[in-house]
Design a protein around this ligand. Structure first.
Ligand code: SAM
Length: 184
């Protein structure tokens, strides 16, 4: 399967698909943290390159409901962020998964198909993550963890905080590759 992982600097989802034998490439405005197939640039430049599956993690800065108190001051940024999401969802790719926290995508574009939690995939943490799916089944939980905390909210301030907060959980990446990568 030819897989494009959009808006990924970490290589987590890309490497999970590579490990399952797929032809996976990540793309981000930033370089990849881990060596591997990666396109640095705007993902819209490569959406028409014949992919079978797109997994996209667009920025949530102007979309997440957790930032609602600033919404009135950033209408232009919000409109641009929604346009980006629409472009990803409309990509000419048969299978698409777009991931974001609880966000205004739900009210302005459409409701998510699924809401997952890291604790369903082997991580003892809570972080509601919405998935908008096209041509893909919902993910099934792979490893339920009983101890749960909201670690991402308690991270100390610092230049790398956003990176740590936005990096995809390994268990979620593995589930995507194992379950969606197995589709014919
Ligand atoms: C919320 S982070 C997602 C991080 C991802 N979960 C990971 O594990 O690497 C959003 C990413 O989108 C990237 N980005 C923003 N606009 C983009 C664009 N037009 N094309 C490609 N990447 C973009 C940012 O640089 C940022 O790394």
């Amino acid at each position: 399967m030819k897989v494009l992982v959009a808006c990924e600097f970490s290589g987590v989802v890309r490497d999970a698909f590579l490990a399952q034998g797929h032809d996976a490439t990540s793309c981000d405005l930033l370089p990849t943290e881990k060596p591997g197939p990666h396109h640095v640039g705007d993902v819209r430049e490569v959406l028409e390159d014949g992919w079978d599956l797109l997994v996209a993690h667009p920025p949530c800065t102007h979309l997440a409901v957790s930032g609602a108190r600033w919404f009135k001051d950033k209408l232009a940024e919000q409109a641009e962020a929604l346009e980006f999401v629409r472009a990803l969802l409309a990509a000419p790719i048969p299978r698409i998964a777009l991931e974001n926290p609880v966000s205004i995508i739900s009210s302005r574009i459409r409701k998510p198909d699924q809401v997952i939690q890291p604790w369903q995939f082997g991580h003892g943490e809570t972080k509601a993550t919405c998935l908008w799916l096209k041509g893909l089944p919902e993910l099934w939980a792979t490893c339920l963890v009983p101890g749960r905390e909201a670690r991402v909210h308690r991270m100390p301030p610092g230049p790398d905080r956003w990176r740590e907060r936005s990096r995809t959980f390994q268990g979620v990446g593995h589930a995507m590759a194992a379950q969606w990568g197995a589709l014919a």
